[in-house]
Design a protein around this ligand. Structure first.
Ligand code: FAD
Length: 289
Protein backbone atom coordinates (compact mmCIF):
# COMPACT_ATOMS: atom_id res chain seq x y z
CA UNK A 1 0.00 0.00 0.00
CA UNK A 2 1.32 3.48 -0.84
CA UNK A 3 2.10 5.48 2.27
CA UNK A 4 -0.33 8.22 1.19
CA UNK A 5 -3.10 5.60 1.21
CA UNK A 6 -1.83 4.21 4.51
CA UNK A 7 -1.94 7.71 6.02
CA UNK A 8 -5.66 7.83 5.21
CA UNK A 9 -6.36 4.47 6.89
CA UNK A 10 -5.18 5.57 10.31
CA UNK A 11 -2.33 3.03 10.38
CA UNK A 12 0.86 4.63 11.69
CA UNK A 13 3.44 5.64 9.10
CA UNK A 14 7.19 5.64 9.84
CA UNK A 15 9.71 7.44 7.67
CA UNK A 16 13.30 8.63 7.57
CA UNK A 17 14.85 11.70 6.04
CA UNK A 18 18.23 11.63 4.25
CA UNK A 19 20.26 14.31 2.52
CA UNK A 20 22.36 13.79 -0.64
CA UNK A 21 25.98 13.16 0.40
CA UNK A 22 28.75 15.11 -1.31
CA UNK A 23 31.72 12.72 -1.06
CA UNK A 24 32.24 9.09 -2.03
CA UNK A 25 32.90 8.23 1.64
CA UNK A 26 29.66 9.86 2.79
CA UNK A 27 27.78 8.14 -0.02
CA UNK A 28 29.02 4.78 1.12
CA UNK A 29 28.03 5.65 4.73
CA UNK A 30 24.56 6.63 3.58
CA UNK A 31 24.08 3.38 1.69
CA UNK A 32 25.07 1.47 4.83
CA UNK A 33 22.57 3.55 6.79
CA UNK A 34 19.86 2.79 4.22
CA UNK A 35 20.63 -0.93 4.49
CA UNK A 36 20.38 -0.78 8.29
CA UNK A 37 17.15 1.19 8.23
CA UNK A 38 15.54 -1.10 5.65
CA UNK A 39 15.24 -3.66 8.48
CA UNK A 40 12.73 -1.32 10.06
CA UNK A 41 10.55 -1.51 6.94
CA UNK A 42 9.93 2.24 6.72
CA UNK A 43 6.81 3.37 4.86
CA UNK A 44 8.99 5.83 2.99
CA UNK A 45 12.29 7.64 3.04
CA UNK A 46 12.66 11.22 1.89
CA UNK A 47 15.63 12.95 0.30
CA UNK A 48 16.25 16.67 0.83
CA UNK A 49 16.97 19.04 -2.03
CA UNK A 50 19.36 21.95 -1.72
CA UNK A 51 17.67 25.30 -2.32
CA UNK A 52 20.98 26.70 -3.59
CA UNK A 53 20.12 26.06 -7.24
CA UNK A 54 23.31 24.03 -7.59
CA UNK A 55 23.11 20.36 -8.69
CA UNK A 56 19.31 19.92 -8.60
CA UNK A 57 19.67 16.38 -9.95
CA UNK A 58 21.58 15.14 -6.90
CA UNK A 59 18.26 14.54 -5.14
CA UNK A 60 16.66 12.94 -8.19
CA UNK A 61 19.63 10.58 -8.63
CA UNK A 62 19.71 9.50 -4.99
CA UNK A 63 15.95 8.95 -5.01
CA UNK A 64 16.36 6.73 -8.08
CA UNK A 65 19.04 4.60 -6.39
CA UNK A 66 17.10 4.25 -3.12
CA UNK A 67 14.03 3.16 -5.04
CA UNK A 68 15.65 0.87 -7.63
CA UNK A 69 18.46 -0.67 -5.59
CA UNK A 70 16.98 -0.63 -2.09
CA UNK A 71 13.31 -1.05 -2.98
CA UNK A 72 12.33 1.87 -0.74
CA UNK A 73 9.30 4.05 -1.32
CA UNK A 74 10.82 7.49 -1.81
CA UNK A 75 9.68 11.07 -1.41
CA UNK A 76 11.76 13.61 -3.32
CA UNK A 77 11.99 17.06 -1.73
CA UNK A 78 11.80 19.77 -4.37
CA UNK A 79 12.58 23.43 -3.71
CA UNK A 80 11.56 26.11 -6.16
CA UNK A 81 13.23 29.49 -5.54
CA UNK A 82 16.15 28.73 -7.84
CA UNK A 83 14.10 27.17 -10.64
CA UNK A 84 11.98 28.31 -13.53
CA UNK A 85 8.71 26.55 -14.30
CA UNK A 86 10.43 24.85 -17.25
CA UNK A 87 13.18 23.51 -14.98
CA UNK A 88 10.61 22.19 -12.52
CA UNK A 89 8.83 20.41 -15.39
CA UNK A 90 12.17 18.91 -16.45
CA UNK A 91 12.94 17.69 -12.91
CA UNK A 92 9.45 16.16 -12.74
CA UNK A 93 10.26 14.33 -15.98
CA UNK A 94 13.45 12.97 -14.39
CA UNK A 95 11.52 11.78 -11.34
CA UNK A 96 8.90 10.09 -13.51
CA UNK A 97 11.60 8.23 -15.41
CA UNK A 98 12.75 6.79 -12.08
CA UNK A 99 9.17 6.00 -11.13
CA UNK A 100 9.28 8.47 -8.22
CA UNK A 101 5.76 9.78 -7.77
CA UNK A 102 6.02 11.42 -4.33
CA UNK A 103 7.19 15.01 -3.98
CA UNK A 104 7.53 17.19 -0.89
CA UNK A 105 7.02 20.64 -2.39
CA UNK A 106 9.08 23.36 -0.73
CA UNK A 107 9.99 26.95 -1.22
CA UNK A 108 13.55 26.76 0.15
CA UNK A 109 15.39 29.44 2.09
CA UNK A 110 16.24 32.62 0.16
CA UNK A 111 19.59 33.00 1.97
CA UNK A 112 20.67 29.54 0.73
CA UNK A 113 20.21 30.36 -2.95
CA UNK A 114 23.62 31.02 -4.49
CA UNK A 115 24.19 34.46 -5.96
CA UNK A 116 22.53 34.83 -9.37
CA UNK A 117 20.57 31.57 -9.15
CA UNK A 118 17.31 33.07 -7.81
CA UNK A 119 14.53 32.86 -10.41
CA UNK A 120 11.30 34.80 -10.46
CA UNK A 121 8.74 32.10 -11.27
CA UNK A 122 8.16 31.02 -7.67
CA UNK A 123 7.94 32.94 -4.41
CA UNK A 124 6.09 30.40 -2.25
CA UNK A 125 5.63 26.65 -2.03
CA UNK A 126 1.89 26.87 -2.75
CA UNK A 127 2.73 27.98 -6.31
CA UNK A 128 4.92 24.92 -6.76
CA UNK A 129 2.20 22.66 -5.34
CA UNK A 130 -0.26 24.10 -7.88
CA UNK A 131 2.16 23.45 -10.76
CA UNK A 132 2.89 19.89 -9.58
CA UNK A 133 -0.84 19.27 -9.36
CA UNK A 134 -1.18 20.45 -12.96
CA UNK A 135 1.74 18.15 -13.95
CA UNK A 136 -0.38 15.28 -12.62
CA UNK A 137 0.63 11.85 -11.35
CA UNK A 138 2.39 13.01 -8.18
CA UNK A 139 1.35 12.64 -4.54
CA UNK A 140 2.29 16.03 -3.11
CA UNK A 141 3.22 16.90 0.47
CA UNK A 142 4.21 20.19 2.10
CA UNK A 143 6.11 21.50 5.12
CA UNK A 144 4.56 23.05 8.21
CA UNK A 145 5.79 24.67 11.39
CA UNK A 146 4.17 23.94 14.78
CA UNK A 147 5.91 26.99 16.29
CA UNK A 148 5.24 29.04 13.10
CA UNK A 149 7.62 29.63 10.22
CA UNK A 150 10.31 32.12 11.30
CA UNK A 151 9.19 34.69 8.69
CA UNK A 152 5.50 34.56 9.62
CA UNK A 153 4.10 37.35 11.80
CA UNK A 154 2.06 34.88 13.86
CA UNK A 155 1.06 31.22 13.94
CA UNK A 156 -2.44 32.15 12.79
CA UNK A 157 -1.06 34.06 9.78
CA UNK A 158 1.23 31.14 8.91
CA UNK A 159 -1.66 28.66 9.14
CA UNK A 160 -3.78 30.87 6.85
CA UNK A 161 -0.98 30.60 4.24
CA UNK A 162 -0.69 26.88 4.90
CA UNK A 163 -4.36 26.50 4.08
CA UNK A 164 -3.59 27.94 0.62
CA UNK A 165 -0.88 25.30 0.18
CA UNK A 166 -3.27 22.51 1.15
CA UNK A 167 -6.02 23.91 -1.06
CA UNK A 168 -3.53 23.99 -3.94
CA UNK A 169 -3.05 20.21 -3.59
CA UNK A 170 -0.81 19.25 -0.63
CA UNK A 171 -2.20 15.91 0.56
CA UNK A 172 -0.18 15.64 3.75
CA UNK A 173 2.20 17.78 5.79
CA UNK A 174 5.48 17.06 7.55
CA UNK A 175 6.42 19.31 10.45
CA UNK A 176 9.57 21.14 11.23
CA UNK A 177 11.28 19.44 14.17
CA UNK A 178 10.08 20.47 17.62
CA UNK A 179 10.96 19.43 21.15
CA UNK A 180 7.77 20.21 23.00
CA UNK A 181 4.71 18.22 21.93
CA UNK A 182 2.37 20.91 23.20
CA UNK A 183 3.30 22.92 20.08
CA UNK A 184 2.28 20.06 17.80
CA UNK A 185 -1.08 19.51 19.47
CA UNK A 186 -1.85 23.25 19.57
CA UNK A 187 -0.91 23.47 15.89
CA UNK A 188 -3.24 20.58 15.00
CA UNK A 189 -6.14 22.29 16.76
CA UNK A 190 -5.53 25.58 15.00
CA UNK A 191 -5.01 23.92 11.63
CA UNK A 192 -8.26 21.99 11.98
CA UNK A 193 -10.08 25.18 12.97
CA UNK A 194 -8.69 26.80 9.80
CA UNK A 195 -10.10 23.93 7.71
CA UNK A 196 -6.88 21.97 7.22
CA UNK A 197 -7.77 18.29 7.41
CA UNK A 198 -4.77 16.50 5.91
CA UNK A 199 -2.49 14.21 8.00
CA UNK A 200 0.33 16.04 9.79
CA UNK A 201 3.36 13.82 10.27
CA UNK A 202 5.52 15.05 13.17
CA UNK A 203 9.23 15.47 12.39
CA UNK A 204 11.54 14.40 15.21
CA UNK A 205 15.27 14.55 15.73
CA UNK A 206 17.37 13.67 18.76
CA UNK A 207 19.79 16.49 19.61
CA UNK A 208 23.43 15.51 19.56
CA UNK A 209 25.07 18.40 21.35
CA UNK A 210 25.02 21.84 22.87
CA UNK A 211 26.10 23.62 19.68
CA UNK A 212 23.37 21.93 17.67
CA UNK A 213 20.81 23.05 20.26
CA UNK A 214 22.01 26.65 19.92
CA UNK A 215 21.82 26.42 16.10
CA UNK A 216 18.24 25.20 16.16
CA UNK A 217 17.19 27.89 18.58
CA UNK A 218 18.74 30.68 16.56
CA UNK A 219 18.20 29.46 12.96
CA UNK A 220 14.92 27.59 13.13
CA UNK A 221 13.48 29.44 16.12
CA UNK A 222 12.33 26.27 17.84
CA UNK A 223 11.83 26.23 21.60
CA UNK A 224 13.97 24.04 23.86
CA UNK A 225 12.12 22.94 27.02
CA UNK A 226 14.07 23.35 30.29
CA UNK A 227 14.29 19.60 30.85
CA UNK A 228 15.91 19.10 27.44
CA UNK A 229 18.24 22.06 27.87
CA UNK A 230 19.40 20.80 31.27
CA UNK A 231 20.03 17.30 29.84
CA UNK A 232 21.99 18.62 26.86
CA UNK A 233 24.11 20.77 29.15
CA UNK A 234 24.61 17.85 31.54
CA UNK A 235 25.76 15.39 28.84
CA UNK A 236 27.66 17.74 26.51
CA UNK A 237 31.08 16.21 25.79
CA UNK A 238 29.99 12.68 26.80
CA UNK A 239 29.01 11.05 23.49
CA UNK A 240 27.35 7.93 24.89
CA UNK A 241 25.61 9.76 27.73
CA UNK A 242 24.31 12.33 25.24
CA UNK A 243 23.15 9.61 22.86
CA UNK A 244 21.17 7.81 25.54
CA UNK A 245 19.66 10.99 26.94
CA UNK A 246 18.65 12.27 23.47
CA UNK A 247 17.21 8.96 22.33
CA UNK A 248 15.22 8.61 25.57
CA UNK A 249 13.90 12.15 25.21
CA UNK A 250 12.89 11.66 21.55
CA UNK A 251 11.36 8.25 22.33
CA UNK A 252 9.21 9.73 25.10
CA UNK A 253 8.18 12.50 22.71
CA UNK A 254 7.36 9.93 20.01
CA UNK A 255 5.29 7.75 22.33
CA UNK A 256 3.23 10.68 23.51
CA UNK A 257 2.68 11.89 19.94
CA UNK A 258 1.51 8.48 18.73
CA UNK A 259 -0.77 8.01 21.72
CA UNK A 260 -2.16 11.50 21.11
CA UNK A 261 -3.18 10.52 17.58
CA UNK A 262 -0.22 11.53 15.40
CA UNK A 263 -0.40 9.58 12.11
CA UNK A 264 3.18 8.34 12.48
CA UNK A 265 6.72 9.68 12.80
CA UNK A 266 9.19 11.26 10.41
CA UNK A 267 12.73 10.93 11.76
CA UNK A 268 15.45 13.35 10.68
CA UNK A 269 18.37 10.90 10.52
CA UNK A 270 21.29 13.12 9.39
CA UNK A 271 22.16 10.01 7.33
CA UNK A 272 22.85 7.92 10.43
CA UNK A 273 20.88 4.89 11.57
CA UNK A 274 21.75 4.31 15.23
CA UNK A 275 19.44 6.84 16.87
CA UNK A 276 16.56 6.10 14.49
CA UNK A 277 16.79 2.38 15.23
CA UNK A 278 16.98 2.98 18.99
CA UNK A 279 13.96 5.30 18.93
CA UNK A 280 11.81 2.96 16.86
CA UNK A 281 12.85 0.02 19.03
CA UNK A 282 11.68 1.97 22.09
CA UNK A 283 8.46 3.00 20.41
CA UNK A 284 7.52 -0.12 18.44
CA UNK A 285 9.46 -2.71 20.42
CA UNK A 286 9.67 -4.99 17.41
CA UNK A 287 12.79 -3.96 15.53
CA UNK A 288 14.84 -7.01 14.50
CA UNK A 289 18.49 -7.15 15.61
P1 FAD B 1 6.16 28.32 2.19
O1 FAD B 1 5.05 27.38 2.42
O2 FAD B 1 6.18 29.07 0.91
O3 FAD B 1 6.17 29.37 3.41
C1 FAD B 1 7.28 30.21 3.62
C2 FAD B 1 6.85 31.48 4.35
O4 FAD B 1 6.07 32.30 3.48
C3 FAD B 1 5.94 31.22 5.57
O5 FAD B 1 6.26 32.19 6.54
C4 FAD B 1 4.53 31.45 5.04
O6 FAD B 1 3.64 31.84 6.05
C5 FAD B 1 4.78 32.57 4.03
N1 FAD B 1 3.87 32.61 2.89
C6 FAD B 1 3.38 31.57 2.19
N2 FAD B 1 2.61 32.02 1.16
C7 FAD B 1 2.63 33.37 1.22
C8 FAD B 1 2.06 34.40 0.42
N3 FAD B 1 1.28 34.14 -0.65
N4 FAD B 1 2.30 35.70 0.76
C9 FAD B 1 3.08 35.99 1.83
N5 FAD B 1 3.65 35.05 2.62
C10 FAD B 1 3.44 33.76 2.31
N6 FAD B 1 14.73 23.33 2.71
C11 FAD B 1 15.54 22.98 1.68
O7 FAD B 1 16.27 23.81 1.16
N7 FAD B 1 15.56 21.71 1.22
C12 FAD B 1 14.78 20.73 1.73
O8 FAD B 1 14.82 19.59 1.26
C13 FAD B 1 13.92 21.06 2.82
N8 FAD B 1 13.12 20.13 3.38
C14 FAD B 1 12.27 20.49 4.39
C15 FAD B 1 11.41 19.53 4.94
C16 FAD B 1 10.55 19.86 5.97
C17 FAD B 1 9.63 18.80 6.55
C18 FAD B 1 10.53 21.18 6.48
C19 FAD B 1 9.62 21.53 7.61
C20 FAD B 1 11.36 22.15 5.93
C21 FAD B 1 12.23 21.83 4.89
N9 FAD B 1 13.09 22.76 4.30
C22 FAD B 1 13.92 22.40 3.28
C23 FAD B 1 13.12 24.15 4.80
C24 FAD B 1 12.16 25.08 4.02
O9 FAD B 1 12.56 25.17 2.68
C25 FAD B 1 12.22 26.45 4.67
O10 FAD B 1 11.70 26.40 5.96
C26 FAD B 1 11.60 27.58 3.87
O11 FAD B 1 11.94 28.81 4.51
C27 FAD B 1 10.08 27.52 3.79
O12 FAD B 1 9.67 26.55 2.96
P2 FAD B 1 8.11 26.21 2.81
O13 FAD B 1 7.99 25.23 1.75
O14 FAD B 1 7.53 25.90 4.14
O15 FAD B 1 7.58 27.65 2.31
Amino acid sequence: MKFTERLKTGKKVYSFEFYPPKTAEDTSKLFNTALELMRLAPDFVSVTNSSSGVAPYRTVALCGVLKAQFGLDVVAHLTCLAHTKAEIAEICGGLRKMDITNILALRGDPHNVVSGARRQDYSYAAQLVADLKREGGFAIGGACYPEKHPEASSLDADIARLKEKVDAGAEYLITQLFFDNAYYFRFLEKAAAAGINVPVLPGLMPLTGYKQMQNFTSLMKVGIPDELRRGIERWDGDKEGMFKFSVDYASAQAEQLLKGGAPGLHLYTLNRSRAAIAILRNVKGEVPE
